[in-house]
Ligand binder design. Structure first.
Ligand SMILES: *Cc1c(COP(=O)(O)O)cnc(C)c1O
Length: 222
């Protein structure tokens, strides 16, 4: 299967209104270009040092999404062009993105990453930490970031009922935050959940954005 036919197959399986982030980490500029020529414009990367040269080499109308763990000292390298950051997991990081975005005169879309999986090694706010941050209200003063929703990763397991439960709890938390903190906010509407192996479940549970890598580009080399 080619990248083009994989992409078309994934797009056909997504309901209207669910955005596809093509996760291109560890894949070459040529592979990304094939997906671009096939019409894809949203790409996701998880490492700053990999994203920078790809951004330089590829067409400028690509909408780049950052989906990996982000260190505060690397923020400044991506704020000049990044469209959405899915992986904000502390107020400190949010502040840093805001500061850096202000210096480049941009407004950056933010998703708060919530830890819903049972595995300890995944990043993200716990629900309590996230609620605490939002209740404090300092984030409202940050004018160069827009909190557009939540991102979460389910456990890496074959147990589809567990995956479903995790996505359900994330969707429930999303609705809770929407009514508690973002009821007047037009742009708080994104729920980024679902990867190659589990996105049909995520979509059933209300995902608005799926992040698919292997299903489009094949197995990663690294
Ligand atoms: C790598 C990655 C994906 C894509 O995973 P696939 O299984 O290749 O679809 C999605 N989200 C995040 C955060 C990732 O790091």
């Amino acid at each position: 299967m080619s990248i083009t036919s994989n992409l078309h197959k994934e797009l056909e399986s997504l309901p209207e209104g669910v955005k596809l982030v093509a996760v291109s980490k560890f894949h070459s500029v040529d592979d990304i270009m094939e997906a671009y020529v096939a019409g894809q414009r949203i790409f996701g990367e998880s490492r700053v040092q990999e994203l920078i040269p790809k951004h330089e080499a590829l067409p400028k109308d690509i909408e780049w999404h950052f989906i990996g763990h982000l260190q505060t000292n690397k923020v400044k390298y991506i704020t000049p062009f990044i469209h959405t950051i899915h992986s904000i997991d502390s107020f400190k990081l949010l502040e840093e993105v805001d500061k850096s975005a202000r210096q480049t005169g941009r407004i950056i879309n933010i998703l708060l990453q919530i830890h819903v999986a049972q595995e300890e090694n995944k990043f993200g706010f716990s629900e309590e930490e996230c609620l605490e941050m939002l209740s404090k209200g300092e984030w409202k003063a940050l004018e160069n970031v827009q909190i557009c929703g939540l991102m979460g990763m389910a456990s890496f397991t074959e147990n589809t009922e567990q995956i479903r439960k995790e996505y359900q709890s994330l969707a429930l938390f999303f609705r809770k935050l929407k009514s508690k903190h973002f009821s007047d906010c037009q742009y708080f509407k994104e729920l980024s959940m679902g990867m190659s192996d589990d996105y049909p479940i995520a979509v059933e549970e209300g995902s608005t954005m799926v992040r698919i890598g292997t299903g489009i580009f094949g197995t990663r080399i690294a």
